[in-house]
Ligand binder design. Structure first.
Ligand code: NAG
Ligand code: NAG
Ligand code: CU
Length: 389
């Protein structure tokens, strides 16, 4: 499968929100001069108005989600060291719990964490109407199965032009582990040629040093000269123990994920269809945001469209995709109602319906497997009650 086609499914919460190409009466009034911090502030202010009932997003919500109870998801670098330590503990806890998948069916599923990887590998080819709840289900597992007290942090792509030196990847005790060791390797072609980054080897520093990956690879993108072992099964579900590799690089953060790129993507794509397409599809001039985030981490399994959730930072990237969509849907008061209710599935696949169920198999939080898509449009309705700061 081609990279661009396959990568569409990665947009977790976002994948769903594609479609309607109705012309927007407000598009002329939009300005590209808003910066991303202002967009975030406006979105949050509007979201609070929705919660206190002075603005409607068209969703019904129970009395339980209010200004005083709403969870605030934070950027990883904005967490205190104690909060980061608690998040790292919870991720390691999920990594250490037993799988809930049928024994023997997926030999590489060695842990509860791997359940999420298998569910993602299963849903990758089927694209629309499947993934939207995925990173939220992971957050729920951290909380309910590992007693995590915080919320899913996100990685603000625009914040770190020097990504290997960021609090996420700097390799200190409060990071998500360092870059892969520097090894000689070639770049790759992922629809566009990209140069090799400064890593490429195994992660040897920080809390996720020496992490073992079991599933995949299924769609490897690293230099074949690195001789990353093939999976014993063609479907990638066999047990293939190998090190977590990264090639964290600044190729994308310095060209395509700058604050100005993020702000311009939000302000210049007023319809959901354009917003979704431009998020997913590279042009000769620009690498699209979604893949750009994945390939800023790259490595194995980070650069493998099927197996990438086995990279522990996957969830922060998808948290940020959710936030990016949330900002787009909320920053203009007059658009909230329209933008929060749009659903069509993927531009290049059959159109979805708002009632399409969301199947997350053994990773679904209790009582939510098969939830209709229209129950997850707002981050403060249905089973959700969170905002972004
Ligand atoms: C980081 O963690 C390691 C292993 O737990 C420990 O030995 C080291 O002292 C810690 N470093 C700092 C700066 O806390
Ligand atoms: C990782 O494994 C290497 C051996 O390959 C070992 O020297 C190192 O201490 C290990 N690091 C951690 C943090 O476990
Ligand atoms: Cu993705």
């Amino acid at each position: 499968m081609a990279w661009n086609a396959v990568f569409k499914i990665f947009v977790a919460s976002l994948c769903l929100f594609s479609g309607s190409s109705t012309a927007f009466p407000f598009s002329k009034r939009q300005t590209t001069s808003l910066d991303i911090d202002t967009i975030q502030k406006q979105a949050l202010a509007n979201a609070y108005k929705v919660l206190d009932g002075t603005l409607s997003d068209g969703m019904t919500r129970g009395a339980g989600c209010t200004k005083s109870t709403v969870a605030i998801r934070k950027e990883y670098g904005d967490l205190t060291k104690d909060e980061r330590t608690e998040y790292i503990r919870a991720v390691k806890c999920i990594l250490s719990k037993p799988s809930k998948l049928p024994a023997g069916k997926y030999p590489g599923a060695k842990s509860r964490y791997d359940d999420f990887v298998v569910v993602h590998m299963n849903m990758t080819p089927s694209v629309h109407g499947t993934v939207s709840n995925f990173h939220r289900a992971y957050e729920t597992a951290l909380k309910t199965e590992c007693d995590y007290k915080g919320y899913q942090p996100y990685w603000n792509w625009g914040k770190y032009a020097d990504l290997p030196a960021s609090p996420i990847f700097n390799g200190d005790n409060w990071s998500m582990g360092g870059n892969g060791e520097a090894v000689a390797h070639k770049g790759g072609n992922i629809g566009r040629a990209i140069p090799a980054g400064p890593g490429g080897g195994c992660v040897k520093t920080g809390p996720f040093a020496n992490t073992t990956i079991h599933l995949g690879p299924l769609s490897p993108t690293m230099d074949p000269a690195l001789k990353i072992k093939s999976n014993p099964q063609r479907d990638g579900y066999g047990d293939n123990p190998r090190c977590l590799r990264r090639d964290v690089n600044n190729y994308f953060t310095t060209q395509f994920l700058r604050p100005v790129d993020l702000a311009s993507h939000i302000t210049s794509n007023p319809t959901i269809g354009k917003f979704q397409d431009t998020l997913q599809n590279d042009t000769p001039q620009k690498a699209a945001i979604h893949g750009a985030g994945h390939f800023s981490i790259w490595g194995d399994p980070g650069g493998d469209v099927y197996v990438s959730p086995a990279e522990p930072v996957f969830w922060m990237h998808h948290g940020q995709l959710d936030r990016h969509w949330w900002m787009w849907a909320n920053y203009l008061e007059a658009e909230i109602k329209t933008r929060t209710s749009q659903y069509e599935g993927y531009p290049n696949s059959a159109k979805g319906k708002p009632t399409d169920p969301q199947w997350l198999d053994v990773t679904a939080p209790t009582g939510t497997n098969g939830l209709p898509s229209n129950k997850i449009f707002s981050t403060t309705s249905g089973p959700f009650c969170y905002l972004y700061q």
